[in-house]
Design a protein around this ligand. Structure first.
Ligand code: ARG
Length: 457
């Protein structure tokens, strides 16, 4: 019989029990549930429900349980308890007998589960932030090693202007910086402890909830009991942060897949993160990147699922909320795996600098330079844009790059062009000129790399 069996004369239907039980996934909250229980036992001393000897006995038994759980968390799955809260309580009773039955005084599984999942989320935020930092550092060191790898930058997937592989790496450092800071923001808002809110109306024991919050590593206690037990904002915020970050990682993966294609051949991914085809012996597939891209879908799905679950719920706790767990567990596991996998992808990457340069030289990606050159010689930009457009059409017809045209050929379109045009059409000049903050000039990129290195060290 379940812990709440008194009101019931019949046991639950086996099919209902299987449907209702959450132990097979919420066993992952065991450590949090035990830590929270130790905190609650101390609060019960302050209101005279337990004496300090009883509390010590409970704390010792709970710590024993913690050690058991840490050494083999999966062992919990053998039990047929309804959920992790019932499991911890029943194991405690096994250890200390009747004294264990006092622990649930003034507490509900509603404030208990709200506490456990928040503690779990807080811990995961810190782990995710470490993984993000590691990936950022890897991107920065990859940038550092590829500052001279000139390649085409794209808009509309058309070669637009030359950039460097380093500049591309540093773009992802920025995205991840925002992901990291979103986690920091979310952490601040989830740093409010819900324990001591009871089932919904607050606990009938006058515990010092600010003290309890502090004991459990929170900055504050929550302010409203109804909200405390029904709030899952922190889960939505983490799923949202995860989704956006997965969008970043997916774009990273997609760029890599394109760069690694036979057509581009800009980078070669290491054997350690690619796989072969069972049929076509020549193939080396970018599976790690494809999976990062693919897994973005399930993380975004978890966000949508959680919002749908919450949107029509009346206050306060409803069993629907048990659906929060599998989504957040899977999404954060997936996100962390993808961050770590992106780091691994970068570890063995080889940039084909000859090939990226060759591509940068094609596609008239120095056309803007020619337009700027005409502007410098007094041609209004709108006119120069038009002149360069005509020049490019001519160059395409001649199968020549802009820098391969003779001055006489340029002069067909604008008579201001002189010998000095060739210098500004070089890749180096295209890069060097973009020297305002955030631009691709090698000096600026080197600065950005140094600045990021300091920030991330
Ligand atoms: N397994 C439940 C959950 O995950 C715990 C809270 C149950 N509370 C209740 N009143 N049935 O949400």
């Amino acid at each position: 019989m379940a812990l709440w069996g008194g009101r019931f004369t019949q046991a639950a239907d086996k099919r209902f029990k299987d449907f209702n039980d959450s132990l097979r996934f919420d066993y992952r909250l065991a450590e949090q549930d035990i830590t929270g229980s130790i905190g609650w036992s101390k609060a019960l001393v302050s209101v005279g429900v337990l004496n300090s000897i009883e509390q010590q006995q409970l704390e010792i038994a709970l710590n024993e349980l913690l050690i058991e759980v840490r050494s083999n968390p999966q062992a919990i799955l053998q039990d047929d308890a309804e959920d992790i809260h019932s499991w911890v309580e029943s194991k405690l009773i096994d250890k200390v007998g009747n004294l264990g039955k006092k622990l649930h005084t003034g507490r509900s599984r509603n404030d208990q589960v709200a506490l456990d999942i928040k503690m779990w989320c807080k811990q995961r935020v810190l782990e995710l932030q470490l993984s993000i930092r590691t990936l950022q550092r890897k991107l920065v060191s990859t940038a550092e090693n590829n500052q001279h790898a000139v390649m085409p930058g794209y808009t509309h997937l058309q070669r637009a202007q030359p950039i460097t592989f380093a500049h591309w790496c540093m773009a992802y450092v920025e995205m991840l910086e925002r992901d990291h800071s979103r986690l920091t923001d979310a952490y601040k808002r989830m740093d409010y402890c819900p324990l001591g809110s009871g089932a919904l109306a607050g606990t009938a024991y006058a515990v010092d909830r600010e003290q309890l919050a502090q004991d459990l590593g929170f900055a504050f206690a929550t302010r409203n009991s109804l909200d405390s037990v029904s709030d899952r904002d922190h889960i939505v915020e983490l799923l949202s942060t995860a989704s956006l970050s997965m969008a970043h990682l997916s774009r990273f993966a997609e760029d890599m897949i394109i760069f690694n294609s036979g057509e581009a051949n800009f980078v070669e991914l290491s054997d350690r993160v690619t796989s072969g085809s069972s049929l076509m012996p020549q193939k080396k597939n970018p599976d790690a990147c494809e999976l990062i891209r693919g897994k973005a879908g399930r993380v975004m799905g978890a966000l949508t699922g959680m919002l749908m679950t919450l949107k029509g719920l009346p206050l306060a706790y409803n069993k629907d909320m048990q659906e929060d767990k599998e989504g957040i567990f899977d999404a954060l596991d997936t996100w962390q795996d993808c961050i770590d996998m992106a780091t691994l992808v970068l570890e063995g990457i080889h940039v084909n600098v000859e090939r990226t340069k060759e591509a940068a030289l094609k596609g008239y990606s120095n056309a803007t330079e020619l337009a700027d050159y005409l502007v410098a010689k007094g041609v209004p930009f709108r006119d120069s844009h038009h002149i360069v457009g005509e020049t490019v059409v001519y160059a395409i017809q001649q199968h020549k790059a802009l820098e391969a045209l003779t001055v006489a050929e340029f002069k067909q379109f604008s008579d201001v062009v002189e010998e000095d045009v060739y210098e500004i059409l070089s890749l180096q000049s295209c890069l060097d000129k973009r020297c305002a903050k955030g631009g691709v000039s090698p000096l600026r990129v080197a600065e950005a790399i140094n600045e990021a290195k300091q920030r991330l060290s």
